[in-house]
Design a protein around this ligand. Structure first.
Ligand code: CP
Ligand code: NVA
Length: 309
């Protein structure tokens, strides 16, 4: 086990606020060094296996670069090679990979597969997105909020769109860090009840509120952060047409963000479907921090690997 209380990074829910700050502190030190090419390669020879069952730009590239900057290297593995879950059980894959590599990053559909892999791997397993959660994204986002707003504690973070994996991890991240979180979705697309309940419980401990609503205008009122994500996530492509119609009132456009604080920041995990969940006037506005989020993925994941490997 590294400097965090657990071997794996599967959900933000599993970590204390102090541990999340430990990751952020290291990022703060490493980011300027990495930008100056003066980061010390503290993990020479370490190998990260990156398993992808869904496409990726940010997650793949940021992990590959991050491990290189630490002095290690990575392997890109798709389902064609190992057939995890059908050619071989996640349990056995976890055991075998632990004999070869120093950490495993996995992006897949079923969250339980990641948990099973982690339970049977002796090396750290990092969740690079499942249908349920996207914790690495939210670590980069917390860093971005702190950089732009000075702190995340006490801020009002509003997620408008689908109650999906990003919304779930944002619920966990904000309630853990003491930010008031509001999630506004169409009826029937709310975040999972158990995630909301768990976040609300965490929020009570940390002095912040957790709200789920179907009213985007009301939600955005006084927001410090307005966050959205695609309306159709990877694996839901068949529902695209129906979602396009249903989600229209939840589009982030100049009219909707009028209700937010003047100096609010706009966030999106990307990829964005411009013209759908967000229009260019907002995505390219001075309030937008979307590319800082993308960069901070690399810094937070690097710190996370350094602390767990
Ligand atoms: N935000 C994010 O995870 O992007 P990718 O799907 O491109 O990795
Ligand atoms: N909710 C999106 C996030 C992509 C980074 C998806 O799962 O496709």
């Amino acid at each position: 086990m590294g400097k965090l209380g657990r071997k794996d990074f599967i959900s933000i829910r599993d970590f204390s606020k102090e541990e999340l700050y430990t990751i952020l502190e290291l990022c703060k030190k490493q980011k300027p060094l990495a930008r100056n090419f003066s980061l010390e390669p503290t993990h020479p020879g370490r190998v990260l296996a990156c398993i992808f069952h869904k496409p990726s730009l940010r997650t793949r590239i940021s992990f590959e670069i991050a491990i290189r900057q630490l002095g290690g290297s990575s392997l890109y593995i798709t389902d064609k090679e190992i057939g995890i879950g059908h050619r071989e059980a996640p349990k056995d894959v976890g055991e075998v990979l632990s004999r070869y590599v120093d950490a495993i990053m996995i992006r897949t559909f079923d969250h339980r597969m990641v948990e099973e892999l982690a339970a049977n791997a002796r090396v750290p397993v990092i969740n690079g997105l499942t249908d349920l959660l996207h914790p690495c994204q939210i670590m980069g986002d917390i860093m971005t909020i702190v950089e732009h707003l000075g702190t995340i504690e006490g801020k009002k973070v509003v997620f408008v769109g689908d109650g999906n994996n990003v919304a779930h991890s944002l619920l966990y991240g904000c309630s853990k860090m003491g930010a008031h979180i509001v999630v506004a979705t169409p009826e029937g697309y709310e975040p999972r009840e158990e995630v909301v309940a768990r976040a609300a419980e965490e929020g009570r401990k940390n002095g912040c509120t957790v709200t789920v609503t179907n009213d985007p205008q009301k939600a955005v009122k006084g927001a410090d952060v307005v966050y959205t994500d695609v309306w159709t996530s990877m694996g839901q492509e068949k529902e695209k047409e129906e979602r396009l119609k249903l989600f229209q009132p939840y589009q982030i456009n100049p009219q909707l963000v009028k209700g937010a604080k003047e100096d609010y920041i706009f966030m999106h995990c990307l990829p964005a479907h411009r013209g759908e969940e967000v229009v260019n006037e907002v995505a390219d506005s001075i309030n937008s921090v979307i590319f800082d989020q993308a960069e901070n993925r690399m810094h937070t994941q690097k710190a996370l690997m350094a602390l767990t490997m």
